[in-house]
Design a protein around this ligand. Structure first.
Ligand code: AGP
Length: 610
């Protein structure tokens, strides 16, 4: 996905646009660009550059822009066309009187492009976005708002756009379908942005644009209308987001900061949602009776959120005895959906803007299912489209590799499973009390593990040169193996595969030799002995092993492996603890390899395109 920001007001546009872009860079960082409408009139001025925003700033320093009080800017995660200057946004028409920035995918762009080329329009880029600006040009007869309305009527797919026109240097037009866009309402100035961090220093008053809405911003105010031109009533929300939460605060990387924030995040969740041993899930959107009536649960999510869903399945089935299916959203949305009003679909998404998860939810809703989302971004599209939303309140997660959002999702599943066990009366009181007591102790155990991460840094040095990793786990820690592998591959670019340990002998064992590193998640559990057998199988084939084991486990050390220990806890809670050393291992290996930990290549924080 990409980041968009626009400004119109009495102050200089450029500094606000660049500042906003930097706070959106986590959304995509292949290239970036700025367009301003010179205050003295004349054609639009555009500067764009490949690479991070600092490259754009350097380019502008060499090629200064004129003073302007209106402008748009964009930081890109490439979909159509390589990440290079010519494919960067903003895209302009031939005579540089109209420019557009866009986040999303225009699915019918080729048909539109062919038609526009037939009409004589010249395309300079390989992007889908460029069709938008030529369409606006095609329909422009002096009124930029009308021209935008007519152009977007031709578009199919997802888009959040910002449009400026040199003929109207005090009007910024924005529209959205399927991609997030907010309006920042200031005093004598107004903004559009893909996300709150871009504008929070200037205003906390925000309008969350809805799909099918157009916003017309001028210094004196904002009008919102539907695509057919009808005025829309809008609600201005007050954002409580704390900007310092989106700063590194002395850590070398956002990811390391966010790993260290986890105990506080989990403690806050427990304090807010566990009252005297009873789970209180404000926002659930379902009464106890309705919850009890749910005969099936389906969890949909992508990436790390999907791994949280896999843990959720084990927990809910174990505690509430309700059958649970888990699917990646991109598969779920194209299956023959067997859902009805007794099906509860739990959509898990940190950003609440992941296109595949949004699409999966819309399909499930159409089938009559009840939707509850576990989400970290307040007011996100997913939150607004669900019957109930359980906010994790983990604070902004800037590192592209998800850490605190994941453990917060896990914690939410433990709380939800306890709630379901309450309504289904499926858990004996003594077992419940013991689990709750252990759950409440988790943040303190996190703090204990955090103290010992220096040893993982040393271990990471021994393993940074390996060309490929295998992660093995069983039962409730099979998802931990998947998550550990994803963390490593996405920030260190080392091929890493998570596997159910019992599957080793059905193929993956062929990979084992002295060049293979294998991470085995083997806490004290009913599957411990089986994990020891796996470790033996690997060692006997010269594989190099790292084991995540329970503190005090002397037996494991007899196997001559690298051991990282986690404190003992309830057997159902080990995924909450096991993932912490896996996050550190991935982090330190990536740092040792000189990778960009917070903004890994080819990735973006939220994938708002299919
Ligand atoms: C996690 O480290 C990745 N960045 C990615 O897999 C992410 O979990 C996935 O894209 C889902 O994002 P969401 O939680 O915002 O829906």
């Amino acid at each position: 996905m990409c980041g968009i920001i626009g400004y119109v007001g009495g102050k200089e546009a450029l500094p606000r646009l660049l500042e906003g872009l930097k706070n959106l860079e986590y959304r995509g960082y292949d290239s970036s660009g700025v367009c301003v409408v010179p205050a003295v009139g004349g054609k639009l001025e555009i500067r764009k550059e490949q690479g991070k925003i600092r490259s754009l700033e350097a380019h502008i320093a060499e090629n200064p822009l004129p003073a302007a009080h209106l402008g748009i800017a964009h930081t890109r995660w490439a979909t159509h066309g390589a990440p290079c200057r010519k494919n960067s946004h903003p895209h302009a028409n031939a005579d540089h009187t109209i420019a557009v920035v866009h986040n999303g995918i225009i699915e019918n762009y080729q048909t539109l492009k062919d038609e526009l080329v037939r009409k004589g329009y010249k395309f300079l880029s390989e992007t889908d976005t460029e069709v938008i600006v030529h369409l606006v040009q095609e329909y422009f007869e002096g009124d930029i708002v009308k021209a935008v309305r007519r152009a977007i009527a031709d578009l199919q797919g997802a888009f959040a756009i910002g449009v400026v026109c040199s003929d109207d240097p005090a009007t910024l037009v924005a529209a959205r379908v399927g991609s997030p866009l907010i309006v920042g309402v200031g005093k004598g100035e107004n903004f559009i942005a893909s996300d709150v961090p871009a504008i929070i220093r200037h205003t906390r008053d925000v309008i969350y644009l809805k799909d099918g809405q157009i916003a017309v911003l001028r210094p004196e105010g904002v009008r919102v209308m539907s695509f057919d031109g009808k005025a829309c009533r809008t609600k201005v929300d007050r954002v409580t987001f704390q900007m310092d939460a989106a700063q590194k605060q002395g850590y070398p990387h956002f990811m390391l900061k966010e790993v260290h924030e986890q105990p506080d995040v989990l403690a806050k969740m427990l304090k807010a949602r566990l009252k005297g041993g009873t789970v209180v899930l404000e926002g659930l959107g379902l009464s106890d009776a309705a919850l009890k009536g749910m005969t099936r649960i389906k969890i949909v999510a992508c990436g790390t959120a999907y791994h949280a869903g896999l843990v959720g399945r084990y927990i809910i089935e174990e505690l509430a005895r309700v059958p649970v299916e888990v699917d990646v959203s991109s598969e779920f949305r194209y299956r023959t959906l067997l859902v009805d009003k007794k099906t509860l679909v739990i959509a898990v998404s940190q950003s609440g803007e992941t296109a595949d998860t949004l699409a999966a939810v819309r399909e499930a809703k159409a089938g009559g299912a009840r939707i509850v989302s576990i989400c970290n971004v307040i007011g996100s599209s997913l939150a607004r489209e669900s019957d109930g939303v359980l906010y994790t309140h983990a604070g902004p997660e800037i590192g592209v590799a998800s850490t605190k959002a994941y453990t917060a999702q896990l914690m939410m599943f433990y709380l939800l499973a306890l709630k379901l066990a309450q309504t289904h009366k499926s858990l004996p009181p003594k077992s419940r009390a013991f689990l709750v007591k252990e759950l409440v102790g988790i943040p303190a155990l996190y703090r204990q593990i955090l103290k010992g991460h220096a040893e993982i840094s040393a271990m990471a040095r021994d393993f940074s040169h390996f060309g490929c990793f295998l992660y093995l786990g069983r039962n409730i820690n099979y998802p931990s193996a998947l998550e550990g592998a994803l963390k490593l591959k996405e920030i260190s670019y080392i091929p890493a595969e998570g596997y159910a340990a019992g599957e080793m002998k059905h193929g993956p064992i062929a990979l084992i030799d002295e060049y293979r590193a294998v991470v085995c998640i083997a806490p004290q559990s009913d599957f411990y002995e089986k994990m020891i057998s796996n470790i033996q199988e690997i060692l006997s084939r010269k594989g190099k092993v790292i084991v995540i084991a329970t503190e005090g486990d002397q037996a494991i050390r007899a196997h001559g492996t690298h051991v990282i220990t986690i404190p003992p806890t309830h057997k159902l809670l080990t995924p909450l603890l096991a993932v912490l050393p896996l996050q550190f291992l991935a982090y330190y290996i990536a740092v040792n390899r000189g990778c960009d930990v917070d903004q890994p290549r080819n990735l973006a924080k939220s994938v708002t395109v299919e």
